[in-house]
Design a protein around this ligand. Structure first.
Ligand code: PRP
Length: 189
């Protein structure tokens, strides 16, 4: 009767202590965000821009839930090191293929933590003179923010804990879990 819901995921969920956001709740929230975006961007053919890899699950679900024509493109970045990342230094590993001038760009992120990555990327994209540039983030960790960034659409606030699932990884594991769970500290200590 009181079966642990994590057990249903077997080996995939080994090391996950508890479910913070169940799959159903995420699905409903993604649909609500998509409804807002479909209304706000009607007739504008928005370009959704994501940073690999964490955003892949959210982007796929969001794009399919949006009811107006929208395009998608991706970039990839790497931090120079943990220390330089703390200073907001990131290296562009893969750039967008789509020119941004005159486009309505919606930057889609899975998680914002310090805000440094996004701050750097928004500056880079703004220089390409899009008609508009807004941010949609699914998981916000506001307590860890070092740079303030205006967020047009936000899914959930999360505590400053190590969470995995729905695209979020620990050493490339757990991305495929359909929920967001708290990682057992024993796994990463
Ligand atoms: C995550 C996320 C953002 C960044 C946010 O990527 O996708 O790009 O961290 O952190 P910040 O606000 O502190 O800058 P991550 O480095 O985990 O890579 P991944 O997307 O490949 O998992």
């Amino acid at each position: 009767m009181n079966e642990d819901p994590l057990q249903a995921y077997g080996e995939l969920a080994t090391g996950v202590r508890e479910i913070l956001l169940p799959a159903d709740l995420i699905r409903q929230r993604v649909q609500a965000l998509a409804d807002d975006i479909s209304r706000d961007y009607a007739g504008l053919n928005p370009l959704l821009v994501g940073v690999l890899k964490g955003v892949l699950i959210f982007m796929a679900d969001l794009l399919r839930a949006i009811s107006i024509p929208a395009e998608v493109d991706f970039m990839a970045v790497s931090s120079y090191s943990a220390q330089s990342r703390d200073q907001g230094l990131v290296r562009l590993e893969k750039d967008l293929e789509t020119p941004l001038a005159g486009r309505h760009v919606l930057f889609v992120e899975d998680v914002i933590d310090t805000g440094l990555t996004l701050n750097y990327l928004l500056r880079t994209l703004r220089a390409r003179q899009p008609a508009s540039l807004e941010v949609c983030v699914l998981f916000d960790k506001p307590q860890r923010r070092l740079v303030e960034i205006p967020l047009r659409y936000t899914g959930f606030d999360l505590p400053p804990r190590f969470v995995v699932g729905y695209g979020l990884d620990y050493r490339e594991r757990y991305r495929s879990l359909p929920f967001v769970g708290l990682l057992d500290p024993e796994v990463f200590q």
